[in-house]
Design a protein around this ligand. Sequence first.
Ligand code: ZN
Length: 750
Amino acid sequence: MIKKQSSVMKRLLAFLFAGMLFGTACLSGCSNAGPEKAASSAETESVQETAASSAESEAGQETAASSEEAEAGMDEAGLPEEEPEMPEIPDDVTGGKPWIASCIPGNVTADTETSPADDFYLYANKEWIVSNELPEGSPVTSRDRTAGVNARMREALAGEMLSGHDARQAQLLFNAFVNTEARDAAGCEPAKKVIDDIRSISTIEELNAFLLDLERSAGVPTFIKVSNSRDYNTHRWVTGIGLSDETFGATIGTMGMDAATVDPESDVYQARYALVHDVLTRAGFTDEEAKKAFEARLDLEKEILKLTEESGEEQGEDTDYTIDQLDKLTGNFPLRELAEERGYGSAETFEVRDASELRAAAELYTDEHIDQLRSYLICGYVLETAGWLDTKAFAAWLADCAANIDDPIPLTMPERNKTAPETALNLIVEIAPTLVGRAYVEAYDLTHIKEFITNLTVEAVEAHKKNINASAWLSDDSKKQLTGKLDAMGLDLVYPDVWEDYSGLDIEGLGYYGARRAIWLNDLARNASLTGTEIDDRLWEDPSILGGVGAYNAENNSFVVSAGAVEEEVVRYEAGEITLEELMGGITGYTLFHEPAHALDPADIFKDAEGKDLEASLLTPADLEEYQRRTDKITKYFDGISVWEGQQVDGSVCTQEALAEICGMQARLTYAAGQNEFDYKRFFETRARLAASLHTPEYALACIMGMDRHPLLYLDTNVTFQQFDEFNDAFDVKEGDAMYLAPDERLVIW
Ligand SMILES: [Zn+2]
């Protein structure tokens, strides 16, 4: 359980941080959408992993982690399993070496002197730093680079101009959410019908009938769950069996309630209980009944844990079962019928994720435990669907999401300043990214943007290859392997060529609850339809094309760049409003040149061109030794940096990302060398400004300790720049300047 929760947390944090790096909508949109998405990914990587909301949470871990952070970063080294103790933060946090932590509010004032040769990040961002502050309740802020695209999308969704099937469904969903009057008029009535239905169940036989009737049980966790997820080893979808995600509280948008250890006074318990209590009392429960239901659900979870422990079985590897073997394992539970009823019947084998846990759960599936099972279903249903209801339940659902982020710092951005249309857009990007993506493509023709980005990406990959081929120490064999992996890299650029199938969805005329329920059913059917099929790589793991998504997927050696991240810059560049240097120093150059570097980073050097684990590495043994010497040098260099007096950076946390950015920058400079009269000053200034950010010392500390795998942004900027002569020449950096690094101290990989 601990492992499960912590991986959900990693994904969520990865998602939040992707936003911080890119300064995107993530920070404004995570509060509601983020957690939902994170939970679903189950792998996803979150970047995303996920299941969107309910749909995926029920239908499964369809989405796997795609995000760079989730995949390459967090998952590999990840957060420590044991929470490390947070060091004390001194009152004076100005003593960083070799640079002041200029991202911490108050460390820089209008009087602070700046010089490009001593602290380039501060030089480029001082004006922004002194004229911005942290929004109330937020530990971090940065430039919002997606405001323009999001505003245009809200306008498109609120209007009537969209006519394609999927785009129209996005519009209907958006407007159903924004119509708070209709949502509040319906109140909790839609949920009451389902809750009353479950309350009327008094035998296992009746419970089976309920679970096997999707019309009755839509949105309700089935206790034991069937779902398909990607397996890149076989390149096929595998059908998995496990306890519903809602068990032990690891449900959509939430995490962190282990039945055996949770403290009823904790924020998590209180927020979950408040949510269940709100909906149940409005659906006819007394206070006492609501409390009993909540506790009965926890009691059932405790019994599962106890039986699992008593069995003495080790939690083994995933094991394949035939349906006959499963019948024996799951006893009374109607698994065979459920799999058939929900469309998974054609699976030849089922991957069981934890047999002892499943056996324990099945043992409790008896008439004797009917009250606990009923409570399990009712509470799970409320946690899952409260966000589909009126504004009161939605607010409680958001508070639950916020409380379930198990971290000393409140990462979830408050929604209080958001308008309903802003929240609606953030939400539907998470719930049904395909629908809103197709609306985006229909409202704004992105064909040309896709062509432009594809061409520039080809140049980016060529620049990486050129650097590798020019390396003085790599053998020809190693060069061939490295460039071969870059050539084989999958490119998911701007928008997918093939979209997830929503052709069966029709929410015309439905209220918001009805629309969410229909999407939940559609996603379940979509997931089931993948049973036994080969993975279609044209379908993106996370088809969100709004927001600043840029991510490398280590599992299949591909990377994704969303339309929302680059569209505005490309349009401005082509209109002559920004220069090539600004395009290359902006998010476009960053994403297209940084992400390919991950294919060859310290984790992925051990994976082949298809993303499969190698017995050795892409490099010859001698070259691998040199590669590791160079990556160790990066680690040691960061170890020697302090953010304030007494607080060193942990180089092992950020080496992978630091290396990707140094190699990405090297490739941008190789590309620049081929351009006429490239303005390096403007390029470096733009790249530094991209990283403008403010955060609390607590947040900075959590990042250093592993919450974010990237170096703090002022370090990501300064350390990267000081490796290159182009920078020194442009700003006249000389020995003795704080930005200066002697050639033999530099951190160049190739
Ligand atoms: Zn990266």
